[in-house]
Write a protein of this length. Structure first.
Length: 181
């Protein structure tokens, strides 16, 4: 398989990194080109009004969804970060999906953060899949404050910074036009 083009989607919290990925996926899936395999994990936020209260995990190959994380409380169980409590079973499920995701045309890993880069936990299979280069193009979401970890691991990756949700959609459309997938 030719390719192995890795794109790091970065930006601050709430800037539209997942929105960029979702829009890129939709464009690729609705393309007139031959069907492309899209695999990996998308992690859209769950909102209560304007407040982000959780995170979902979406298997891009099957469409199955599971609850990934909720706001951390004193009684939270699971894998703890500063703000979130992640469901261990869902993290394991995501790792199984990421392990089986390559080879593919488009690989999406949303997102790699402190668990992966600083604690060797979380979506470790996503990092292995990205390292494999067994994809035409991969999108990996990394917050701006952790970008240095991703750039050190993947120095040849293209970095695409998202400013806001409105920019995310337009940016995905522009980006898709310049790549060959």
């Amino acid at each position: 398989m030719r390719g192995g083009h890795l794109v790091i989607i970065s930006g601050v919290v709430g800037s539209g990194k997942t929105t960029f990925c979702k829009h890129a996926i939709d464009i690729i899936r609705n393309s007139t080109k031959p069907s492309r395999s899209v695999k990996g994990i998308l992690a859209p936020a769950i909102f209560d009004g304007a407040t982000k209260v959780g995170i979902e995990a979406l298997d891009l190959a099957s469409g199955e969804r599971r609850h990934l994380a909720q706001r951390r409380t004193e009684s939270s169980a699971g894998i703890q970060t500063q703000q979130w409590s992640l469901d261990r079973d869902t993290v394991d499920w995501c790792n199984q999906i990421l392990r089986a995701a390559v080879p593919c045309d488009l690989l999406v890993v949303d997102e790699l953060g402190p668990l992966e880069f600083e604690r060797d936990e979380g979506f470790q299979e996503g990092m292995i899949a990205l390292d494999s280069k067994q994809y035409l193009v991969a999108l990996v979401v990394v917050r701006r404050k952790l970008l240095h970890f991703a750039e050190a691991r993947w120095p040849n990756a293209e970095v695409h910074t998202i400013r806001d949700r409105d920019h995310a959609r337009a940016s995905a459309e522009k980006w898709i036009k310049k790549i060959d997938i």
